[in-house]
Write a protein that binds this ligand. Structure first.
Ligand code: UFG
Length: 341
């Protein structure tokens, strides 16, 4: 089975590529390397013994993409990760986000139609639920107006995908709504590679732990949560990667119940920022330096997933505990900064 992975050198894409190669899928990765490094392929090869085929290509350019499909007419499925994902940057530069995230999707769907690629797995986000009125959120919880242009690109992309699938007889798709992926491959050959100052919590924690940053800033401790800090549903990126393999098999074996399906992927547990720091302290033996500052604009108070649909339909559930996932994040950070730990 030949699978095209767009954004396959990115954080979730690279971990998924490892799981796919390990399961015997024949991969071709497309990435424009705007937010990832070609060396990630070395990491995938070090883990699996196989170097996936790679094409540096910008999905926003329809013609080179069409040429790619002409050369690779035997693709069975696409896993579409490639997108910009920085919430703050999307507020500063919305056009950049709408253009990149939506034009790339449209070009890919046009190619799917033209070359009759039957299956797509799409990277969506729990951001579509906004500040949910009832927790945990199920796939039937209402989609709420997006807090950022980034979040809006995910909502619009889901709508486009659904309408596209409805217009086609032989094309099926699944949107996976990720909660908060953390950690790295346990081998430390691949992991998260934030460019510049990390926006996300765990890379900020590990960079502070290793001494690259002075202090973690906790964005608010006056939320209505048990300890006042915001609550999210963190899951190990390797568990998330495995969910993609399960989704792909469901599509390839035609076990999907509808042409367009949606699944929540999380651990199903709410964890606060302070609890994340405690987890880091446990696995690293350090005491993280932090201070509480104002809330971050656009942050929601709390969200976690009901993952029973994914368990029932995909036969998937998370395997790693929070501490196990955190330990892989810490091991990865130490590996990146070998001389300073
Ligand atoms: N946080 C801090 N300090 C930091 C970074 C984060 O206190 O330096 C807090 C945030 O306020 C939040 C939690 O840690 O409460 C998690 O923040 P992240 O930035 O790691 O993750 P978010 O939940 O804000 O965002 C993530 C993805 C988005 C996605 C969103 C969906 O990064 O792509 O989940 O809810 F849209």
């Amino acid at each position: 089975m030949k699978v095209l992975v767009t954004g396959g050198t990115g954080y979730i894409g690279s971990h998924t590529s490892v799981e796919l190669v390990s399961q015997g899928f024949d991969l071709v990765i497309i990435d424009n390397l705007s937010n990832s490094k070609i060396e990630v392929l070395d990491g995938i090869e070090a883990i699996t013994g196989i170097r996936p085929k790679f094409e540096k290509l910008d999905l926003c350019q329809a013609e080179p993409l069409d040429d790619f499909f002409k050369k690779n007419s035997n693709i069975d499925a696409i896993i579409h990760f490639a997108a910009y994902k920085a919430v703050g940057e999307s507020v500063e530069n919305p056009i950049k986000y709408y253009h990149n995230n939506l034009v790339s999707l449209l070009n890919l769907l046009e190619a799917m139609r033209k070359y009759q690629v039957p299956f797509m797995v799409f990277s969506s986000s729990c951001t579509v639920y906004g500040e949910a009125r009832e927790l945990p959120v199920t796939e039937n919880s209402p989609v709420q107006p997006a807090e950022s242009p980034y979040g809006n690109t995910k909502q619009i992309a889901e709508e486009i995908l659904q309408e596209f699938v409805n217009s086609q007889d032989k094309i099926h798709a699944v949107a996976l709504r990720y909660f908060n992926p953390i950690g790295a491959h346990p081998s430390s050959h691949i992991g998260e590679l934030p460019i510049g100052e990390p926006e996300n919590l765990v890379p900020y924690i590990t960079q502070t732990g290793i001494g690259l940053r002075d202090q973690l800033k906790i964005f608010g401790n006056d939320y209505e949560t048990p300890d006042g800090t915001a609550v999210r549903d963190y899951l190990h990126v390797v568990d998330l990667a495995k969910a993609h393999v399960a989704t792909l098999k469901r599509l390839l074996n035609q076990q999907n119940k509808k042409p367009y399906e949606v699944f929540n992927l999380g651990m199903g547990k709410g964890v606060s920022v302070l609890e994340m720091i405690q987890s880091f302290n446990r696995v690293s033996g350090k005491t993280l330096n932090y201070k509480v500052v104002d809330r971050r604009h656009g942050d929601i108070e709390k969200i976690w997933a009901d993952t029973s649909l994914a368990t029932k339909e995909l036969g998937w559930k998370t395997e790693s505990s929070l501490d196990e996932a955190m330990k892989t994040a810490w091991d990865w950070e130490k590996q990146l900064n070998k001389n300073q730990s």
